[in-house]
Write a protein that binds this ligand. Structure first.
Ligand code: GTP
Ligand code: MG
Length: 216
């Protein structure tokens, strides 16, 4: 969590879209900007791109309010997937409350997915976060393309991690809200355990997702 100031009645959360280069992280954020409730949605910032490749990060802020008056700002970030931007990835991951790992379904990208996931595991440890406890979701994007890894193979390789998996074609908006919804729900559960959002602030998981306009 970036910030929780009970005196201000304000909480700032951070969700991070991680994954190999060109897997579709920025595309997910662009689609989310269209799909999330317009009342709470802030402006999408796409920082420092060159040839459509993220060099620094993208950021989509979202604002909601609990019945207690607690104001919650959710900052959704993407990292740059290119291998050489590792220090930026680490910086963006700091104090993350949840991570969506965007994998590229193309068979040619299998090795890059694995390397990027290992990089996530390493960088989470470096910023003091535990891959076993941080809310996570894995999205297999680009299902619309030919020569993609089969769902059976995805199942065999990734199911044992216990992390929820969502198929997507982010360029067409398919699976984008579903991925975000899984991440938001898991993140809420963890925050609620720690900060008692429902008991002390009257904010249930259902209200939280409803304000984001994400189906439960
Ligand atoms: N066919 C197809 N193309 C996609 C899909 N999602 C993203 N793309 C394309 O893949 C390319 C890379 O997408 P980005 O969203 O920029 O990828 P990124 O993960 O942000 O890449 P980096 O910023 O370099 O890490 C773009 O040309 C997208 O249009 C998809 O579901 N299907
Ligand atoms: Mg990008």
């Amino acid at each position: 969590m970036i910030e929780f100031n009970p005196a201000d009645n304000k909480m700032v959360l951070k969700l991070v879209y991680y994954g190999p280069a060109l897997s579709g992280k920025t595309t997910n954020l662009l689609q989310l900007h269209e799909l999330l409730a317009p009342e709470g949605r802030g402006d999408l910032m796409m920082l420092d791109t060159r040839d459509d490749r993220t060099i620094y990060f993208d950021l989509l802020p979202f604002f909601l309010t609990a019945p207690s008056g607690l104001r919650i700002k959710i900052k959704v970030y993407t990292v740059p997937g290119q291998v050489r931007h590792d220090s930026t990835r680490k910086a963006v991951l700091q104090r993350a409350d949840g991570v969506a790992f965007i994998a590229d379904s193309q068979l040619s990208e299998t090795g890059n997915n694995v390397a990027s996931f290992e990089n996530l595991e390493k960088n989470l440890a470096l910023v003091g976060l535990d891959i076993a406890s941080i809310p996570l979701v894995i999205q297999f994007n680009k299902r619309d393309l030919p020569r993609v890894v089969s769902e059976a193979d995805i199942d065999r390789t990734w199911r044992p991690t216990g992390i929820p998996i969502q198929m997507a074609s982010a360029v067409a908006g398919a699976g984008v809200l579903e991925t975000f919804s899984i991440l938001a729900a898991r993140t809420f559960m963890q925050l609620d355990e720690r900060w008692r959002l429902e008991r002390d602030h009257g904010l249930s998981q259902e209200d939280f997702l409803r304000q984001l306009s994400v189906r439960n």
